[in-house]
Design a protein around this ligand. Structure first.
Ligand SMILES: [Zn+2]
Ligand SMILES: [Zn+2]
Length: 339
């Protein structure tokens, strides 16, 4: 028997004791959770039972950020029982035009765990055991901390945004919003050799950004970043006000990378600045080759993930973990561990 959490309805997470099915699909590894982490997407489902206009058809286990130990390698070459693996949650079709060019994030029939966009839904990783395709798993050295390795997926998203915005060495970069994605974007831009400033409402979030390499922080309400000063602005807050801030702060012919999912709103966007300053704005969703880059960066051990970790909860307290995250006081990621 193992512990499994299930989002039954909005703000209602049930805990179950279940058995693993006796058979294992030929493409899958059987895995035991090492560490998972809560994403903003999970929070949308937790609050509303839907995200970005997609509503869940039935209860589902949330979670798409995790690493795990192999319990049954089922003959898959390169894997042995006990191996620690990073899990790329994107299951691409592997045969379409986008997949053939490596753009797995654009695959129209990709599958993704804990998401209403995949039908039928696939249960996510906030449970102690699960099966997942071996081709999505990457073996790492046992010396790597699972509490760091769970950052591979969100870090890959941040790195993809920074790559889409063409951040290069020596550039001045502003990251708007120091939630988990903004903190990871800070890490991604600092890794590229950029000088990074940040904004946030909370002082503690700015301090966390400084601990992972940000130079200066501007606390919204009491300080404003300079206008026309940044080669690249990465928008990571999800606020339309921050997008206007980005349009003001970016230099002429600079780039805005939109990493957040800004929800539809009535806030007017200052699009005249986009024209007058010839601003390029690039969206990003998920990642392509950056998953491997993120795992490699984590393996190097140079990133201070503890500075951006808010709390740890066992799977049996996934509900408490989500409600703690929903309160909005957490700085950094909330991790989920086996009981
Ligand atoms: Zn995520
Ligand atoms: Zn495809």
């Amino acid at each position: 028997m193992y512990v499994k959490s299930l989002l039954a309805s909005a703000r209602d997470i049930k805990i179950e004791q279940v058995e693993m099915p006796s058979d294992l699909a030929p493409e899958a590894l059987r895995l035991r959770l090492a560490t998972a982490s809560i994403c903003g997407t999970d929070m949308h489902y937790y609050r509303h039972f839907s995200n970005a206009g997609f509503t869940l058809d039935y209860p589902v286990t949330l979670g798409h950020e995790a690493c795990a130990y192999v319990v049954n390698a089922s003959g898959h070459e390169g894997f042995n029982v006990g191996d620690l693996v990073a899990i790329n949650p994107v299951i691409p079709c592997g045969v379409c035009k986008k997949c053939s060019t490596g753009d797995i994030n654009m695959c129209a029939t990709k599958r993704f765990p804990g998401s209403a966009t995949t039908k039928p839904h696939i249960d996510g990783f906030f449970r102690e055991q699960f099966d997942f395709p071996a081709r999505c798993c990457r073996k790492v050295s046992p010396d790597v901390s699972p509490d760091h390795l769970t950052f591979a997926e969100p870090l890959a998203c941040a790195m993809h945004s920074v790559n889409r915005a063409n951040v290069t060495i020596g550039q001045k970069v502003l990251v708007t919003g120091c939630g988990p994605m903004g903190l990871l974007a800070t890490i991604a831009a600092v890794t590229k050799g950029a000088e990074v400033d940040v904004t946030d409402l909370k002082n503690e979030a700015i301090s966390a950004a400084e601990q992972v390499g940000a130079k200066r922080g501007f606390q919204i309400g009491s300080a404003t970043p300079p206008d026309n000063a940044y080669d690249v602005v990465i928008e990571a807050s999800g606020s339309p006000y921050a997008y206007n801030q980005a349009l003001a702060a970016v230099r002429k012919q600079g780039v805005i990378g939109v990493l957040s999912l800004i929800q539809p709103s009535d806030v007017p966007i200052n699009l005249h600045l986009k024209a007058l300053k010839e601003v390029t704005s690039v969206g990003s969703i998920l990642f392509t080759h950056e998953f491997d880059d993120a795992v490699t960066l984590i393996e190097n051990g140079t990133v201070n993930f503890e500075a951006i970790t808010a709390a740890r909860y066992p799977v049996s307290e996934t509900g408490a973990a989500c409600s703690f995250m929903a309160d909005g006081h957490a700085v950094g990621k909330v991790l989920i561990k086996p009981d």
